[in-house]
Design a protein around this ligand. Structure first.
Ligand code: NAD
Length: 699
């Protein structure tokens, strides 16, 4: 077995190299080896110690595979390991290159001196996974860089580079040379020659503000952190841990930090984040996928070069896939290519991509009006009009043109996949590839399986999702699939709330406070309110709307006015100066609808808004699980994270349901059903699980 820490003594300098590829995670074997090295150094005749990372970085920090698992008895913890390094009686230099994050930066601040290669990235990103640094980071960092800078790194998770670290006093020396190792050893020798001794950070007081100053600063910052945290606990608890560094008692501060770390590690927020991390991986598993990996897609076709077609072509080209875009309308084809080019040129102008990259992407996209140019494509994604006749015509042609085995996918948001597949002689090769707008930005790809879609076809699309940087989730064929079907329930609650007394900003603010980047009414204004209006009209015409169930009249009335959102300058908000602003005429329209429906408007609390919107999501999600449209609860949470910006630290609607527990979910739904009707009639799965005494949606 490879040594986890390579240890050598050269010219009276002990050189330690963390060696745990790929990122030198500080797992149990590394910690043990560091303790042993510290012991060996105590008994050896060395004048200084230099601690390097082997390979491309110093270290990425804690080993996440150890999360939630108790290490074997006798394994040293990271705080103990760092204490052993800090206690050494000769100067210890941490030599940082690449990056030092989390536990690795804590190890570095536990050393006595720090040298970093120019450009090295430094950070304590623990708050991003719902915890705080648990190995002295909150206690030692303020002693090195003062409380203000420490708050930014610890509570905001801000990453800095070596130069900024130097300005702050975190890094003693920045090395610009190509031979960083030699520079670090020379720095250690220089310290020895200068007679510099060990300099334990835990004993330093020179950079830390007085206790009263530091506490005043923390109090001042708390309000702005709380506002940004939107209900997250970790950033605020990080301030509590930092506060414990001000008392002058290092051991007591460490004990406080540890207690907060453990509380957060086992708390909802961190579990929610770990749940999503695991759910994202689990979602990639397709039970009936063939054992051999799918053939790589080299050539793809996109049919329809409008908003979505252009975005899809771009993400494919970005991943090196050659794209042929087929557009029925030559003028739209030209316009599409020009707009694509303009979008890329903007990125070049803003320094986001090089002119060479832009050219390489453009070279991979060819436009045509001839469907027959798709004969060689391994995959075709159709993104033409949302109309069944148009789509079945296209699939019939594709079936005649495309080579055997080619995958034929549709980006439809709502049409029945089986009807589309039936237009071909290869329904096993037909699937949905439901991208979200803007396709270049949104990470979710719903991979829709119809009744005939093969495991191989789904697996090929899953592999493609990964290659183009998307998160794929396999879903069944139902109106709206998983994401939009649930979203529809949420927006309808929002409309009902408007009819009962809320204003658009009340609804959106409540959901933003919960942690969504935007509320659903503001989102509706961006995508255009007319899109859902057309769908409602079609559903009513087809008799798909229950005449006895509540109907969101207000959403029709606003469209009848021609107020479709941003593109018409007014929707739920008005956009006189480009930004959404509350609009008196919209408020009047909403109030008129309440009067029309005979509803006496009342004050509606943010809690009620959140409860109704979230339970509408939970209930519909459980229905989708119960009918097998969603495979796993975690799949739904991944859809909501990446398709709709569900806050990471809340885990997703299904995670929330499990946290609440089935009995309480059922009781709440029953209460809401009595007040607001069938949208809240408990999903059979919830009723069955609660009756069976289970607390979660699945075992
Ligand atoms: P769009 O109107 O911007 O573009 C559609 C393009 O397809 C047009 O340029 C049209 O000329 C072209 N077209 C029509 N018939 C064609 C044919 N037979 N052959 C080739 N080209 C043809 O529409 P869009 O917003 O890009 O939507 C495309 C599809 O993606 C729809 O099915 C839509 O439901 C779905 N979708 C849209 C969004 C969204 O937010 N816009 C999100 C997910 C899915």
């Amino acid at each position: 077995m490879r040594d986890s820490v390579i240890f050598k003594i050269e010219n009276d300098i002990a050189v330690l190299r963390l060696c745990n590829p790929p990122v030198n995670a500080l797992g149990a074997s590394v910690r043990k080896a560091l303790i042993e090295a510290a012991k060996a150094i105590s008994g050896a005749d060395v004048k200084a110690v230099v601690l390097f990372g082997y390979g491309r970085c110093f270290s990425a920090g804690a080993d996440i595979s150890e999360f939630g698992i108790e290490p074997p008895a006798g394994t040293p913890t990271l705080p103990e390991t760092i204490a052993a390094i800090e206690d050494l009686k000769v100067p210890v230099v941490a030599a940082l290159h690449g990056f030092a994050f989390g536990g690795a930066l804590e190890l570095a601040v536990g050393a006595h001196y720090r040298i970093a290669a120019a450009g090295t990235k430094l950070g304590l990103p623990e708050v991003d996974i719902g915890i705080i640094p648990g190995a002295g980071g909150t206690q030692r960092l303020p002693r090195l860089i003062g409380m203000k800078a420490a708050v930014d790194m610890v509570a905001n998770g801000t990453r800095i580079d070596a130069a900024r670290g130097h300005d702050l006093g975190l890094i003693d020396e920045v090395s610009e040379t190509d031979s960083f190792e030699a520079a670090a050893i020379a720095y250690a020798m220089h310290l020895v020659a200068e007679g510099a001794g060990p300099r334990p950070t835990s004993k330093r007081e020179d950079r830390l503000e007085s206790a009263s100053e530091a506490m005043a600063l923390l109090d001042e910052i708390r309000t702005s952190i709380a506002k940004k945290a939107k209900g997250r606990v970790a950033p605020l608890r990080a301030l509590d841990a930092l506060a414990a560094a001000t008392g002058g008692d290092f051991a007591a501060g460490m004990a406080t930090e540890r207690a907060i770390f453990l509380e957060l590690r086992d708390g909802t927020e961190a579990r929610a984040m770990r749940h999503l991390f695991k759910a994202e991986r689990a979602a990639q598993k397709i039970d009936d996928a063939p054992t051999e990996p799918p053939a790589e897609i080299h050539k793809a076709g996109v049919v329809g070069f409008g908003t979505m077609g252009q975005g899809i072509a771009l993400v494919l080209a970005r991943a090196g896939v050659q794209v042929t875009a087929v557009e029925i309308d030559p003028a739209r084809l030209e316009a599409g290519l020009a707009s694509l080019k303009k979008g890329l040129q903007d990125r070049v102008d803003r320094g986001r991509m090089s002119p060479q990259q832009m050219q390489a992407e453009l070279d991979l996209i060819n436009g045509t009006t001839a469907m027959s140019d798709l004969a060689e494509a391994d995959l075709v994604i159709e993104a033409a009009l949302e109309n069944m006749d148009v789509k079945t015509d296209i699939f019939r042609s594709l079936d005649g043109i495309c080579k055997p085995g080619a995958i034929l996918a549709t980006n439809t948001s709502s049409l029945d996949l089986d009807t589309i597949a039936a237009a071909t002689t290869r329904p096993d090769n037909v699937a949905g590839a439901h991208f979200f707008a803007p396709a270049q930005v949104m990470k979710l790809l719903e991979i829709v399986r119809g009744s005939a879609t093969s495991g191989a076809t789904a697996a090929a699309l899953m592999a493609l999702a990964k290659r183009i940087g998307k998160v794929g989730v396999v879903v069944g064929n139902a109106f709206g699939f998983v994401g939009n079907r649930m979203y529809h329930r949420y927006t309808w609650q929002a409309y009902f709330l408007l009819q009962e007394g809320a204003l658009p900003s009340d609804v959106d603010a409540a959901m933003q406070d919960f942690g969504f980047p935007l509320g659903c009414l503001a989102v509706g204004d961006i995508s255009g309110l007319d899109v859902a209006w057309q769908v409602r009209k079609a559903q009513r015409a087809a008799g798909d709307v229950d005449p006895d169930a509540p109907y969101p009249v207000v959403a029709d009335r606003i469209c009848e006015k021609g107020w479709f959102g941003r593109k018409t300058g007014r929707g739920w908000y008005s956009y006189a100066d480009g930004k959404p602003a509350a609009d008196a005429e919209v408020a009047a329209l909403i109030e008129a609808v309440s009067a029309e429906l005979g509803i006496e408007r009342r004050a509606i609390s943010a809690d009620e808004i959140r409860e109704r919107c979230l339970f509408a999501l939970i209930n519909e999600g459980a229905r989708l699980l119960g009918t097998g449209i969603a495979v796993r609860p975690g799949d739904i949470d991944v859809v909501w994270r990446y398709g709709y910006g569900f806050p990471l630290w809340r885990g997703g609607p299904m995670f929330m349901a499990d946290e609440i527990g089935m009995q309480d979910v059922l009781a709440t739904l029953q209460r809401l059903e009595a007040a607001y009707g069938p949208a809240f009639t408990p999903a059979p799965l919830i009723a069955a699980r609660a009756a069976a005494g289970k607390t979660t949606l699945v075992d």
